[in-house]
Design a protein around this ligand. Structure first.
Ligand code: PLP
Length: 345
């Protein structure tokens, strides 16, 4: 069989045999009646790992983020978001469409927000201004290249927000990548935030689902919004079972993905026509630019795919590659070989 190295995203990971077994054997019930023991176990485990009181299983990261904004805000509120964040750029306008809130973008450095910039964006009550009720932080930051916000920075950001009466939502789709990269517990990164969403279906390799965590009363309100969005699932324990395996077994191995991303980036940076800032390669995402005199990103992605390596063209000249459990060190060497071949042609 021909080799295919899929570096488009860590969402392409397949469930492990242990996950499939757990799914087949999961004890289930109707989760809208709160009678699915496996979903409850996942929610409790997730809350415990992130140091929060309660959890809510949601179908996707997007649903988790949107339920969070719905629960934290009201119509006409202002929500502070990082200008290249997922919640702002890649959720189909959900903040405006669903919450009726207005996102206000603040540029970070490679996606990492500066508390002083957040402070400057805050405005006193005034008849002309919308009330600002929420700050969203993304860790790791996807479009920033998988960059990590430290515990200290997280505390500073939350402190600025809380002093001004804003809630803090952490889009922690890849929070465990951040925790592993920093060598801290995910709960430390989550601590300063009022709510956190993380994905089971990315590097943790579960087939479906994300979890939203927060305090008990807040999660009960979020549960209602999840129902409104059609996310009240029935025997969802078959899905949650894989999520439990993801949380218990798949976190520590993320370090391998980070080492592979590093190896990939160090190889790519040597190839003429590629510009890549190695400082941004902190976890499992590698983003780089192609010299326009060489070729554009969609041509590059198309030609690389012919050589068995899939990547994402995320801008006219920009490429994203993501490492994950279904990409080995040898796959990374193979991918580098394919890019070198393109560079020689
Ligand atoms: C993938 C991602 C999401 C959304 O998750 P889906 O499950 O794809 O809806 C949200 N935020 C970030 C930072 C992501 O990378």
């Amino acid at each position: 069989m021909e080799r295919v190295v899929d570096l488009r995203s860590d969402t392409v990971t397949r469930p492990t045999p242990e996950m499939r077994r757990a799914m087949a054997e999961a004890e289930v019930g109707d989760d809208v009646y709160r009678e699915d023991p496996t979903v409850r176990r996942l929610e409790e485990l997730a809350a415990e790992k992130l140091g929060k009181e309660a959890g809510l299983f949601v179908t996707s990261g997007t649903m988790g983020n949107q339920v969070a904004v719905l629960t934290h805000t009201g119509r006409g509120d202002e929500v502070l978001v990082e200008s290249s964040s997922h919640i702002f750029l890649f959720e189909a306008g959900g903040i405006a469409l669903l919450s009726g809130a207005q996102p206000r973008p603040i540029p970070g450095r490679h996606g990492i927000l500066d508390p002083e910039e957040v402070r400057r964006a805050l405005r006193p009550p005034n008849i002309h201004y919308p009330p600002t009720s929420l700050l969203c932080v993304e860790n790791t930051h996807n479009r920033g290249g998988g960059t990590v916000t430290t515990v200290q920075r997280m505390r500073e950001l939350a402190s600025v927000a809380h002093q001004a009466g804003l809630a803090v939502h952490l889009d922690g789709a890849r929070i465990f990548n951040a925790a592993v990269a920093l060598g801290v517990e995910a709960a430390e990164l989550a601590g300063p935030a009022d709510s956190v969403m993380f994905c089971l279906s990315k590097g943790l390799a579960a087939p479906v689902g994300s979890v939203l965590v927060g305090d008990r009363e807040w999660i009960e309100r979020a549960r209602k919004w999840r129902k409104v969005l059609g996310g009240g699932l029935r025997q969802a324990g078959v899905l949650a079972a894989a999520g439990i395996v993801a949380l218990e077994k798949m976190v520590d191995r993320l370090a391998e993905d980070h080492a592979n991303a590093r190896l990939l980036a160090e190889g790519l940076v040597e190839i003429p026509g590629i510009s890549l800032d190695l400082d941004t390669v902190q976890t499992n995402i590698v983003i780089f630019d192609l010299d326009p005199s060489w070729m554009d990103a969609s041509t590059f992605a198309g030609r690389l795919a012919e050589l068995g390596v899939k990547c994402g063209a995320i801008g006219p000249q920009q490429i994203r590659m993501v490492t994950h459990k279904d990409v080995s060190r040898e796959d990374v060497q193979y991918a580098l070989g394919a890019v070198r071949r393109l560079a020689r042609e």
